[in-house]
Ligand binder design. Sequence first.
Ligand code: FES
Ligand SMILES: [Fe+2]
Length: 451
Amino acid sequence: MTERNPDIAATSGWTPRDIRALVDVKTGTLDPRIYCDEELYRIELEQIFARSWLFLAHRSQIPKAGDFFTTYMGEDPVIVSRQKDGSVAAFLNQCRHRGMRLSRLDHGNAKYFTCSYHGWSYDSAGKLVNVPMEKNGYCSKLNKAEWGAVRVPRIAEYKGLIFGCWDAEAPELDAYLGDAKFYIDVMFDRSDAGTEVWGGVHKWVIPCNWKFAAEQFCSDMYHAPLSHMSAILAVLPDGVPPEAAQWPTEGLQWRSPNAGHGTGFHTPDDQGQLLAAIVGSSVAQYLMESRPRVAERLGNARTTAVNGAHMTIFPTCSFLPGINTLRVWHPRGPNEIEVWALAIVDADAPQDVKDTWGQGITRSFSPAGLFEQDDGENWIEVQRVLRGARARRQPFNMQMGLGNEKSDDRFPGPLSYVFSEAAARGLYTRWARMMAGESHAELARPHEGVS
Ligand code: FES
Ligand SMILES: [Fe+2]
């Protein structure tokens, strides 16, 4: 076994063997210290966030040369910037002189980024181009070529989603996503025009570990009928009986064989009323009317048998096809996340549909979103409970659907019943394998024992 970062074992009490023991997929148990241990968090920043493909921005956020968007890769601030040749560059949002944040804007258009501390200037690709007092102060001896902002070496895009990765050994994004692409397309490949971001980015901080959020969007349809019941009843139009809020029971869950991605959805086509209540009836009608042309592109199964879906691309990019919220769970220590939520709409939808959609997404999934609050409340309370010395020693149960995977000709597998924790077992196995230091060549092998 290659130890990718041997100093982790040397500088923390956690050995790769200890870390692997935190996730036991054979018995379906999980050690809750993965959510609250400071040292594990420090290891995560190195082993997960510095080695995974991370969502940076949607293409529509930086359409023109010079457009930039500032975001994070784990806790590292980065600037994502559209270049003159149409390509995308990303680099650490950190001046090489004394480390000041180069840009404190959320987004904008700039030829240069000038540090507000002493004035070093970088171009839109991060190259250092101007240094005050270069001649007198540095005696013209400063080699500016060596002091550019640190570039993110790997940038790739899939259907408008721009990802970055620090690790030269990571597989290509396309291979990393694998069959996840089949499911991503449900939301992001409905037409040649693709999608765009509606409005800005909602950002808020909640005191919980990032894995609660990532896991829920990956694998947890189970919470929806109960946790969201009051929200569902609240959004049902007058005159619709409460029985209409009955949660469907049929559906499928998919987990990535080795990469930690996952999705779940209902196969019966009976969520129109609920979708109309959440995002607006004109949006539901638009989605219904666009079905024939979408079916030509994606086929019938993905047009009619993927309903009410949730999805996570490991580690922290999650979305809900149909409702169309997209979010990143930026980690901020073991006990806190910064949620960044974007509303995604079809780029070629009529403007009034886009606006209704964006407002519907905001009403349901945003800092004040009716459904969002249900989720955040659960994650925050679990995190609070884990402050207890005894509480953090009790293993969690993730046995739902253990050993019950199945196949369906319409969808790539491995598949299980929609109410299952197979994708969670996949996500935590990926987490444990990366945390234990497996190389990307090793990580390319399917998870053993996960079902
Ligand atoms: S820290 Fe940026 S110029 Fe000094
Ligand atoms: Fe939820």
